[in-house]
Design a protein around this ligand. Structure first.
Ligand code: ADP
Ligand code: MG
Length: 276
């Protein structure tokens, strides 16, 4: 397909929101697949013990598979757990197994407990354009490891009541990590998910989010789509499951915005220029 600009250095994007069910995993795998299908090399790190991102990418993650747990707790090199995603060239996944549920506790007593993922990524030598980290729905040590390892935070927000509630806590954690452990960390991207433009509520929430976050909010929002929710049960992203669907097209547009932002191109300016 048509190429997307690739960043000069690896961009590490943490997909976080401590609320469950807002579209973190769906966003991680579909943005990652969009970027890979358009010429980038992308690694998804599954940091949720549920392993939903691994499942959605068709990656084996039964209990014996080498996983991100071994990387975090036993200092296994990341290269020994990364698997290629079969139907998308350039896309890779470090899977999560159920062991990871114990890591939150086991990490507490380990040295450098907040920076174990950062160290593992720094030691990983394969060239990558993007690393996307799918966080669990909590702000514990797993999410802290992601925030210490990353440069950018992508927050998916579901357009429903209380959408912004609890975000304050995430933003404070981002500030804390930036202040103490990782000065480059910032919220770069907000993505509205499961958006239904026909409802007044969704458009009100969208407006509130845009007022609050301004330019960080992507122009593209992701519609509610059955195809998006079906794809994981086939071990596929919607980009390969149904490439022409509205869900696939909107995730591709969102990925394009992210790629363009990374090279300093304004999406609006580009669209005005090509008259889209
Ligand atoms: P999280 O990782 O934040 O818990 P998920 O990405 O797993 O959220 O999404 C929660 C549920 O909503 C999943 O069943 C997923 O398939 C579904 N879902 C996510 N995005 C959409 C969408 N745009 N349209 C329809 N269903 C969606
Ligand atoms: Mg998830």
């Amino acid at each position: 397909g048509e190429g997307l600009p690739r960043p000069e250095q690896t961009r590490i994007i943490v997909v976080a929101n401590q609320k469950g069910g807002v579209g973190k995993t769906t966003t991680t795998v579909n943005i990652a697949a969009s970027l890979a299908l358009h010429g980038s090399r992308v690694l998804v790190i599954d940091l949720d013990p549920q392993g939903n991102a691994s499942t959605a990418l068709g990656i084996d993650h039964h209990a014996e598979v080498p996983s991100i747990y071994d990387v975090l707790v036993d200092s296994k090199p990341l290269s020994e757990v990364v698997q290629p995603v079969v139907d998308v060239e350039g896309l890779f996944c470090a899977p999560a197994t159920i062991d990871l549920a114990g890591a939150e506790i086991e990490l507490v007593s380990l040295v450098a407990r907040e920076s174990r993922l950062q160290r593992a990524i720094q030691a990983y030598e394969q060239p990558l354009d993007y690393i996307l980290i799918d966080c669990p729905p909590s702000l514990g040590l797993l999410t802290v490891n992601a925030l210490v390892a990353g440069q950018e935070v992508l927050i998916p927000i579901q357009c429903e009541y209380y959408a912004l509630e609890g975000l304050g806590q995430l933003l404070r954690n981002v500030d804390l990590v930036r202040g103490h452990l990782n000065p480059t960390l910032h919220v770069s991207t907000i993505l509205l998910t499961m958006y239904d433009g026909r409802t007044r509520l969704a458009s009100q929430v969208a407006e509130e989010v845009r007022n609050h976050f301004g330019d960080e909010v992507l122009r593209t929002s992701i519609p509610r789509s059955v195809r998006i929710s079906e794809a994981p049960s086939y071990g596929q992203t919607v980009l390969t499951y149904d490439p022409g669907s509205s869900g696939a097209l909107s995730y591709f547009e969102a990925a394009r915005e992210i790629a363009l932002k990374g090279v300093g191109v304004s999406y609006d300016a580009l669209h005005a220029h090509i008259g889209a």
